[in-house]
Each structure stands twice: as structure tokens, then as C-alpha cells.
Design a binder for this molecule. Structure first.
Ligand code: GTP
Ligand code: ZN
Length: 342
């Protein structure tokens, strides 16, 4: 019963439309004077938009605050969306523009709260790279989030990159060995003896000219890294809880930040899980390219999680490398999490 009056209104309007769930394009009023912009923040129905686009906008400009025009109905607007604005686009204090159009997205990164949650959320639109930030220690790294992010990235047509932080606390090599058979690039950062962050040059080079979404569990040092990359970002950094080893949830909403050398970082709040309810199980294997060659001897219609599956023998023969057995287990865990009701 937490639904607000706006939502009810939208629902009624949608049901009352006999032609379908969305207003048809040609029914929309034309907005000859609409100006292009790109969404950089979303906060309770208010969208911060930079006039121009990620490539053309002045990153130093103050975002224009806008709301969704009624004619957009229930269409979602997320960080990274290219939009068109009408009304007061001056950006002066108290002004409010209206978003009248969302330009077709080049990519859509989604996740669901859990693997069986039919409600998927779009995290960001129009990104071209997904950086999965994982600490080498504190909190202890797990392969699960990376596996899941790889699935989501390949599904969205976004290039993944692994960023390992806190390499001053432990050797990253053993953890990286899990992904050695994959073609996924990785970067390593650490805190130096003087307290400064090292390895950021490599990260900067990787991000230049791209729109990169940063995803990670809370406390991995994501905000610390983003602050080093974007000095004006001022992202809140927290402390890892001594008892649970997890971070506090210090950042609360996704935000797009311009990199000084070109390119954008979309920082997202620390997450607990990365649900994949929206991904077709048949497509999971795309994120496990080191296993994909092992399905040739499978029976027709193999679920890849049954005794006759060819993957076991293939992995046992060493074709997927030393990490093969762990990768197969990880793949099957994902398969099962998709098939079993909560
Ligand atoms: N030893 C070490 N500590 C680090 C490093 N990077 C960050 N930290 C510390 O790790 C803790 C968590 O860092 P944050 O940057 O707040 O982590 P976060 O991932 O942004 O966490 P949320 O804001 O909760 O999403 C802070 O105490 C940081 O000082 C590093 O490279 N090495
Ligand atoms: Zn199989």
C-alpha cells in the first residue's frame, strides 16, 4: 500500500487505453523547441539533466532539474538516458523543466532484487562498460558477484572489466586465477604507504572516452576510487563494519560523473545482490566462454545440470583450465538459482 497517488493515476490511464499500454508516438504533441539533454542524477521523480549529451555536454555545467511529462506515462527514465526537455531549461534555482521524450537506448543494464523477482530495475542506460569493483580483502572477495555481473554485462552488450581494490591487504593473484581462462580485462588498485591510492592511472586509461558503470558490494572501496578519479565527486566513503566485515550503505543513488580526461563514471550504490531474473537461462553460458566449448557432447536439450551433461567430462579433462571445476560449479549455481522458486 505504499503506492502514491501518481502511480494510481498512471495505472488507471494505462488500463483505460484500449490500444495498448503506451501512448502511441504519433499521438504525442510535437515539441519543436525541445532541447537534448542527458540524465545524470535521479532523485524521487526529479531528474538532473545536462544539456547536450555525455559527449557534447559541458560537465562543469549545473544540471537542469526536470520532471517527467505526463505524456511519458510509466516509461522509465534512468541515469544515462538521452532525453528531450521543454519548459524552463535555464537551470536557475527553483526552475523545473519537463522531459518529453526518451531517446532509444543503445544499452540497458538491468538487475532484479533477486533471481525470481519479476520486477527488474534498469540501473543505467547507454553505458558501454561495466566495472565490477571487488576488494582483494576486507570484505573477503567472492566470485559470485563477478559471475553475475559478467552475465548481466554480456546480456546487455556492455563490456565488462574487473577492478580489484585493496591489493595492499592481500595478493590479488589467487582470486584472479578464478577468471584466468576468461578474456576479461582487470585492473588492480591499492593504498600506498603514504595513504594515496595507487593504480589509478591504469583505471583512468581504461575509462577514457567511455561511459562506465561502477558496481560493487558495499565497502569495497568504490567511492574511494571514484573520488580519486573525479576529484570533484565528493562521494561519501564509509568504514567497513568491524563486526560484519561489510560496509555501511553510504552512497544512496546512482550518479553520472564526468572524468577530467573525457568519459563518464556512473557510480551506483553498494549492492547486496545482483539478481538475474531477466536473463534467459540459455544465455547464461555466454558469460562462461571457458565452458562453452564443452557442451558439444551434451544430449539434446541438456540443462547442463544433469548427469549426462558433457561439461563434467570436459572440465575433468582440463579443457577449462585449473579454475574449470569452480567455474562449472559457479555456472550451475546460477542455473539453479534461476530455476528454484525462493
Ligand atoms: N587498505 C585499503 N583500504 C581501502 C582501500 N580503498 C578503500 N579503502 C577503505 O575501505 C573502506 C570502504 O571504502 P569506501 O570507498 O567507502 O567503499 P564503498 O565501496 O564506496 O562503500 P559504499 O559507499 O558503502 O558503497 C574505507 O575505510 C576506505 O578507506 C585500499 O585500496 N586499501
Ligand atoms: Zn550439458
Amino acid at each position: 500500500m505504499s503506492r502514491g497517488p501518481r502511480d494510481d493515476e498512471d495505472q488507471v490511464r494505462v488500463r483505460a487505453n484500449p490500444r495498448g499500454s503506451r501512448p502511441r508516438t504519433k499521438d504525442r504533441p510535437r515539441h519543436a523547441n525541445a532541447v537534448p539533454a542527458q540524465v545524470v542524477t535521479v532523485d524521487r521523480g526529479r531528474y538532473g539533466c545536462l544539456l547536450g549529451s555525455f559527449t557534447g555536454a559541458d560537465p562543469a555545467a549545473e544540471p537542469v532539474v526536470a520532471m517527467k511529462a505526463r505524456e511519458l506515462g510509466r516509461a522509465s527514465v534512468v541515469v544515462g538516458d538521452r532525453v528531450e526537455l521543454v519548459g524552463d531549461v535555464s537551470g536557475s534555482p527553483g526552475s523545473l523543466a519537463r522531459i518529453v521524450r526518451v531517446v532509444e537506448r543503445t544499452s540497458v543494464l538491468r538487475r532484479s532484487a533477486d533471481d525470481n523477482d519479476p520486477v527488474e530495475r534498469v540501473i543505467v542506460a547507454n553505458a558501454d562498460q561495466l566495472a565490477v569493483v571487488t576488494a582483494v580483502a576486507d570484505p573477503e572477495p567472492r566470485t559470485g558477484l563477478i559471475d553475475r555481473c559478467l552475465v548481466a554485462a554480456y546480456d546487455a552488450g556492455i563490456e565488462p572489466v574487473i577492478v580489484l581494490t585493496k591489493a595492499d591487504l592481500a595478493d590479488p593473484a589467487p582470486f584472479l586465477a578464478n577468471f584466468a581462462a576468461l578474456d576479461v580485462p582487470y585492473l588492480v588498485t591499492r593504498r600506498g604507504p603514504g595513504g594515496e591510492l595507487e593504480g589509478t592511472d591504469g583505471v583512468r586509461a581504461r575509462l577514457e572516452g567511455r561511459v562506465t558503470v561502477f558496481v560493487g558490494h558495499s565497502g569495497v572501496g568504490k567511492s574511494t576510487l571514484v573520488n580519486a578519479l573525479v576529484p570533484t565527486a565528493d562521494r561519501a566513503t564509509g568504514r567497513v563494519n568491524d563486526v560484519t566485515g561489510r560496509g555501511r550503505h553510504t552512497s544512496t543513488s546512482a550518479v553520472a560523473l564526468a572524468l577530467p580526461d573525457g568519459g563518464w563514471v556512473v557510480d551506483t550504490p553498494g549492492i547486496r545482490s545482483f539478481g538475474l531474473a531477466h536473463v534467459d537461462p540459455d544465455r547464461l553460458l555466454n558469460a562462461f566462454e571457458d565452458l562453452a566449448g564443452g557442451t558439444e557432447d551434451c544430449p539434446r536439450g541438456c540443462s547442463h545440470d544433469e548427469p549426462e551433461c558433457g561439461l563434467d567430462a570436459w572440465v575433468a579433462a582440463g579443457h577449462a583450465g585449473p579454475a574449470g571445476p569452480a567455474r562449472l560449479e559457479s555456472y550451475r549455481r546460477l542455473l539453479r538459482s534461476r530455476l528454484t522458486p525462493p
